[in-house]
Ligand binder design. Sequence first.
Ligand code: TYM
Length: 319
Amino acid sequence: MTDSKPTLVSGVKPTGELHIGNYFGAMRQFVELTKADEYKPFIFVADYHALNTMQDAEEMRQRTREVVMAYLAVGLDPKDVVFFKQSDVPAHTELCWIFDAITTMPYLMRAHAFKDAEVRNKEINVGTFNYPMLMAADILLYDAAIVPVGADQKQHVEYTRDTAEKFNRIFKEEIFKLPEPYILPDTAVVPGTDGRKMSKSYGNVIPLFASHNELAKCVMGIVTDSSGDRPENVYAIHKLVRSESELTTIYGSNAGNYKALKEMLIEDLDRYFTPIRAKYEELKNDSGVVEEILEKGKREARAVSEEKMEVVRRAIGVA
Ligand code: TYM
């Protein structure tokens, strides 16, 4: 890993069971891009972002552990990645505060995530309102060139770019680099069992570590309508794990037989995720591995971010 490579930054919130939307939308890209060895990756658990909605210490600890093990199970190798917990690196919240000072409320009020949250609950917390500024700090601290995410995070990366430009303009120095979102068109929006975007909040997920029985239950629950030969919601998930040319044959010879197609999907998902699930189970028994990895990541991320913060503090005149 040399420092001349462009940087990749991304994170996942530990707010609940990870699902295959997280995997195909983002985590798989982390693994592939890391293996390609073209980027210097910084991957983290976004626990301070999760705090906005998850306020239970035991659950926070447990879910954080699960996300770390999930990253390892899907194939991230901690020796190739700076792999850490957001809360272990104080520069994230420090830089977030600095961005707060140069950002206006009307600008943040235009964010989709804020508007959606406000529709559901007027008593929205300040952290949710401020979410894009912490995310901008996460990304800009490491001079990210690319941010692999699903389409739902695109606007957050745009906020990040705007914030970098604004900071550079106000303080008359090119301190921050403008990152690009890295969104693969085929998996930008992974659909859930009801055809809408797969999301914990819609209750339409297929968990990444589902047992065979859970998987079967989710797939059998996929919403189908009997208007055509091809159950579109089944097909949309199926094409994540099988090539479209194979599916054309399978769906052609089973036209109208939704039950058989769902059974094949269960089998294909099972085959695809069995090695990942097995690795996850193995990690559960490996005490100390999570702590060790996070400890190393903390040191590395702190060193890089602290260097950046020295430049930022000088630029704004507090140092
Ligand atoms: P989070 O935890 O909600 O989701 C993690 C990643 O999974 C992607 N994703 C999906 N992609 C396609 N289809 C879906 N149905 C689907 N559901 C989830 C998300 O787009 C995301 O990439 N704000 C971020 C976490 C974060 C972050 C960052 C990401 C905090 N700081 C800095 C990148 C860089 C979030 O809530 O992701």
